[in-house]
Design a binder for this molecule. Sequence first.
Ligand SMILES: [Zn+2]
Ligand SMILES: [Zn+2]
Length: 314
Amino acid sequence: MNVGIIIPTELPSAAETYAEAGVKIFRVRPDKAPYKNCRRCTKTLPDQQPNPEYIPHRPEECRCGVSTCHGFWAATTDLATIRQWWKEEPHANIGAPCKLNGWAVVDVDPRNGGYASLCALEGRVGVLPGTTMQVTGGDGLHILYRSPGFELPGEPFPGIDFKHNGYILLAPSIHASGTRYQWAGVPDVFHKPTTAWPEALLPRKDKRPVAVAPRPVRHPFPPAPAGGRPGGGKLWTVDDLVQHVMHSHQGNRNSSLYFAACRAHELAGQGLLHLADAEQALLSAADAIGLTSSEARNSFDSAATRPGDRRRAA
Ligand SMILES: [Zn+2]
Ligand SMILES: [Zn+2]
């Protein structure tokens, strides 16, 4: 059984908790400035000349003994190293390389239309299988799956990145905006992703670019499927969405509500929940966490009128 792991709110103890759970992590400075490689691992000098001390090697085979060389290749579960790193820099964020942890991540960036793309994508392939998700400090979304074991295209859709070779920050890392990353569902509880990368997102054999089709015409609300959704993932229920809002932190109550409202609209569009039920429940939850009714109404309605939806309605 995939038991949730409670992640402490302080970065140094959170880092240890991930490592104890077997997640390979490394330090990421708040400004993301990389750590310099040691001399034996540095190929080119600052003046662009080749470094005579460089010993040619692949990052994954590095034996230099310096714990910060090669960016995310330095990621480890070694507690002594991790304690030392966060003792030196208690405010460092927690990075996790995706592929080295056996993960592949759908990274949704709202600044570039990622939610509209996700909406359109789910309209075409169905709601993605339920799995571990993280709300990023930038109001984006990370959807974590198990790695398919081979390369994935980097940016298949506007505002959506398939992260596999790269890394993600883990809650409670802090985004440049000052907002913390948090796990979706019950914040501060991390579940190791056990759901396989969705078949619908595998690269097509014929290599043609995958077109994002507009969502089909909305259909009348049918009864919820008895066996969950296709793909076998856990379905977000109205209750899950309410829990997500109720557990939001002071600084991201609005974005939590917006996130829940987006999922409600998406699932309602698929006929997987009843929008009126979700609306009533989410507005009550918003009231309970201290949002004004106009704030709550704005968040809920803006989730319904995201660019993707407007385009479809037009
Ligand atoms: Zn080195
Ligand atoms: Zn090296």
